[in-house]
Design a protein around this ligand. Structure first.
Ligand SMILES: Nc1ncnc2c1ncn2[C@@H]1O[C@H](COP(=O)(O)OP(=O)(O)OP(=O)(O)O)[C@@H](O)[C@H]1O
Ligand SMILES: [Mg+2]
Length: 254
C-alpha cells in the first residue's frame, strides 16, 4: 500500500489553537501516514509544540479536527492520547517524577488481576516488563524499575518513552526536540521495531531533520507555509526556506 492511499495514522484538518486573541496555530492541515517520518520545522514560536500538545492530549484545538486512523478524536488528557497509540517524547513533560519507572511505563495502561471481584495491579509483572525494555534501549544506569523517574536525565527520560512506544505498539511517535544523540539513532530503532509507525519529528537542527524525514513541513507564525519532499532540498536550502517562509508569510499577512 502506498502512503498516498493508506489512511493517515494521524491527521489534522484545519486545526486552530488560540490563546485569547493570539493564534498559536492557525488553520493547519497535516497528515502522517503509516511508516512515514514527517519533519516539522520553523522559527521559535512558530507553533510546532502547540501542534504536538494538541496531538498528545495536553491541550484541545479551538477549531478544526484531529483524526486517528480516519476517526475524529477529542483527547481530554494525555492518557487518552496514549491509549489511542500516540507516544510523545519530550525532555520534561510525559514523565511523572514522583512515580516509579514501571508506573511511568504503564501510565494509563496498567495491567490488572481480578481476585474475588477486586482489581489488583500486577506490579511484579509490570516491573519485569519495564526492566526488560529499559535494558533493550540501553538504559544501563537504571538499577531497578522501582526507582523514581526523578533520577533520570533528559535523554534517559526520552529512552523510557521510546521503550514504551515499542512495547505498546504505538501508531504515532512524536519527538519534540529530542536529545541530539538520541534522535536519529533511536528513531530508526523504533521504526524498525514497529511496522507502519508514523513519526512526527521536530528539531531546530536541519542536519538532524533532513536525513530522518520523508517530508518536511515548515511553519511560520502559526501557519504551515511550505511542505518539501525528501531529496528536494539540501540542508542549506532547507535553512533558507525556513527563513524565507518567514519573509513570505510576513509579506502576505502584514
Ligand atoms: N499557554 C500559552 N499561552 C499563551 N500563548 C502561548 C501558550 N503556549 C504557546 N503560546 C504561544 O504560541 C506560539 C507558538 O508557541 P509554540 O510553543 O508552539 O512554538 P514552537 O514552534 O514550539 O517554538 P520553539 O521552537 O521555540 O519551541 C508562541 O507565540 C507562544 O508564545
Ligand atoms: Mg517548541
Amino acid at each position: 500500500m502506498s502512503t498516498e492511499t493508506a489512511t493517515p495514522v494521524v491527521e489534522l484538518a484545519n486545526v486552530t489553537r488560540r490563546y485569547g486573541k493570539n493564534y498559536a496555530v492557525r488553520d493547519a492541515s497535516l497528515a502522517i501516514h503509516p511508516g512515514e517520518v514527517v519533519g516539522l520545522v520553523g522559527d521559535n514560536g512558530a507553533g510546532k509544540s502547540t501542534i504536538v500538545k494538541m496531538i498528545s492530549g495536553y491541550i484541545e484545538p479551538t477549531a478544526g479536527t484531529i483524526k486517528v486512523q480516519g476517526k475524529p478524536v477529542r483527547f481530554g488528557s494525555p492518557r487518552q492520547a496514549r491509549a489511542a497509540g500516540i507516544e510523545t517524547v519530550y525532555q520534561d513533560l510525559a514523565i511523572v517524577d514522583e512515580m516509579a519507572l514501571w508506573r511511568n511505563f504503564f501510565l494509563g495502561q496498567e495491567l490488572h488481576r481480578n481476585l474475588l471481584g477486586i482489581r489488583y495491579l500486577r506490579v511484579k509483572e509490570m516491573a519485569r516488563i519495564c526492566d526488560e525494555h529499559l535494558a533493550e534501549v540501553g538504559l544501563t544506569s537504571v538499577e531497578s524499575s522501582h526507582q523514581t523517574a526523578a533520577t533520570l536525565s533528559g535523554g534517559e527520560r526520552q529512552s523510557l518513552a521510546i521503550s514504551r512506544a515499542i512495547h505498546f505498539d504505538s501508531q504515532l511517535l512524536v519527538l519534540d526536540e529530542p536529545v541530539a544523540a538520541l534522535s536519529v539513532r533511536e528513531t530508526r530503532r523504533v521504526l524498525e521495531a514497529i511496522e507502519d509507525l508514523g513519526v512526527l519529528y521536530i528539531d531546530h537542527n536541519m542536519d538532524h531533520v533532513l536525513p530522518a524525514a520523508d517530508r518536511i513541513v515548515i511553519m511560520h507564525r502559526g501557519t504551515i507555509s511550505r511542505v518539501v519532499q525528501k531529496g528536494d532540498l539540501t540542508v542549506d536550502e532547507l535553512s533558507d526556506a525556513v527563513a524565507e517562509s518567514g519573509t513570505a508569510a510576513a509579506d502576505n499577512g502584514g
